[in-house]
Each structure stands twice: as structure tokens, then as C-alpha cells.
Ligand binder design. Sequence first.
Ligand SMILES: N[C@@H](CCC(=O)N[C@@H](CS)C(=O)NCC(=O)O)C(=O)O
Length: 218
Amino acid sequence: MARYTLIVGTKNWSSWSLRPYLALRAIGVPFDEEVVQLRRDSTADDVKRHSPSGRVPALKIEEGGRTHLIWDSLAICETLAERHPEARLWPVDPFVRAEARSYAAEMHSGFPDLREQLSMEFVRRIPTPDLRDATKAQIARILEAWTFALERHAGNGGFLFGRFSIADCMYAPVVSRFRTYSIDLPPLLQAYSDKVWSLPAMQDWAKAAQREVDSGLA
Ligand SMILES: N[C@@H](CCC(=O)N[C@@H](CS)C(=O)NCC(=O)O)C(=O)O
């Protein structure tokens, strides 16, 4: 059996790390975890020891006497979906799957102002900053995208595409950001955010992030 080790950044801050963590938890396989502390003098060297891109997350897979490394949140999620088809991390219908992939890719490559102005502070509550027009437009796009998916698919499980999928993994840090910065959501989207926030895996991440904050690591 393969042995998985997920290398993540400081949990209060590392939005990219949260995504494959949620995918691994959804699959339900055991995995080890190594946390690299971000925003320290040693961070660049510490990350580079684990990941050739100099970024976390990375996933180490030890199998058949060999060690394989996958880096980048979306590449890790895709690899996990391929290795664990029974977990149905992507929707079964090919066109719904293509749509869910579009959601994941849009998040992965976009929303730079949202990411910069509402940076992830998983367990903190921070007054809403004076939002730039670009940030407002990106929030509006996310609300539109979530509404579109939920209205069409949520009936089958309450997530963006019904069952929990990689699309939800990719947007989970946005759920946290909207909570941290008190971004108003209409009831449908608030219910979706509450559902994601209350996932056991999100709550475990929150407990670890709180420990980082309490001990001065974040
Ligand atoms: N596109 C990458 C982005 C990864 C990324 O930017 N990770 C940040 C942490 S969330 C990082 O490793 N930063 C290194 C540093 O702060 O030195 C992915 O999806 O995994």
C-alpha cells in the first residue's frame, strides 16, 4: 500500500495547502503530514528541501520501493482523483466534470486581488478592509459562480456539484476568507459556506491553525 506524506505550510496562512489536505481527508486514506513554517528567514530553504518549485503543498508517495513527489495543489488533487476513483473527487458525468474542472482552474489561476487583499487568516476575524474595485469584482464573480453551480447541482449533496468534489477543495480557502473579513453572503451561499466550514477536516485544520496562533507561529 502506498504511503502518503503531505507537506503543508503554516495552516493559518497556507491556503494552497488546505486544498489537497481536504481532498486526502475526503478519500479517507491515512497520511502523514509535515508542516513547514512560512514567513521565516529559513522558509525558502525549508520549503526547497521538500519541493523543487520552492512552494508548498507537495505530496510524497512512497510505493513499491520508490518515492514520487507531486507539487502544486491542483496537480496533487488530480493525482489523488486518478488514484482513488472510488472517492469520486470529480463528478461522474463528463460535462459536469468538465464544468467542475473549470471552477477549479478558474480559482487556481485567478482572483489575484482577492488573494492579496483578503489573505487567508484561517482562525482570525479581521474588519473588512476598504476593498479595491478589482477585489469587489472578483468577489462578485465568485458569488455568481457559486450561485450558478449550487442552483444546478447542490440538491444532490449541498456542495457546488452535489457531492463534495475538488471544486469545493479549491474554494474552501475562500469560505475562510469570507468568514475572516465578514463578507456578506446571500442565504444560499451562506448555507454553502457554513456546510464547508463545518466539515470535520476544516474544523481539524482550524484547531491546528489556532494552536499556531496561540503559540506565536502565525
Ligand atoms: N500554484 C501553487 C502555489 C503554491 C504557493 O504559492 N504556496 C505558498 C504557500 S500558500 C508558498 O509555498 N510560499 C513559499 C514562501 O512563502 O516562501 C499551488 O497551487 O500549489
